[in-house]
Design a binder for this molecule. Structure first.
Ligand code: RB5
Length: 141
């Protein structure tokens, strides 16, 4: 899955780690920033990632801020974006299987690096189950 990834300053270090993990795995990554630890506003990067996902350029997006909360609030304002804030691998997997989440949000100040990579691994390797879950998603209008 080609992934668009963005963060604010609170998620910058974890974003770098996840980008290098995904690239090591042979993944295609579009890094929309931020590109330093300088203070920035998370909605700006949520918008850039959501645009990539909405346009179909990247089927999936990852957004990282300090808590993941601001990014998830921002991303879920965009049409057809289903952003899931996950703190461990189980909810990451279920967010794909049951909710067809197309954006994963992570709080860099909440989870450690290894847990974050577990979350990413679970999220990118799980397919949407469809069926009854598609019926439910169709009601999210
Ligand atoms: C930035 O300090 C912090 O507020 C931001 O990264 C995020 O946690 C907001 O939800």
């Amino acid at each position: 899955m080609k992934i668009a990834i963005g963060s604010d300053h609170g998620g910058y270090d974890l974003k770098r780690l996840i980008v290098s993990y995904l690239k090591d795995q042979g993944g295609e990554v579009v890094d929309v920033g931020c590109h330093s630890l300088e203070s920035v506003d998370y909605p700006d990067f949520a918008e850039l990632v959501c645009e990539q996902v909405q346009s179909g350029t990247c089927p999936g997006g990852i957004l990282i801020c300090g808590t993941g909360i601001g990014m998830s609030i921002a991303a879920n304002r965009y049409r057809d974006i289903r952003a899931a804030l996950c703190h461990e691998a189980y909810t990451a997997r279920m967010s794909r299987e049951h909710n067809n989440a197309n954006v994963l949000c992570i709080g860099a100040r909440v989870v450690g690096q290894e847990v974050a990579l577990d979350i990413v691994r679970a999220w990118i390797s799980t397919e949407f189950a469809g069926g009854r879950h598609q019926v439910r998603l169709a009601k999210l209008r």
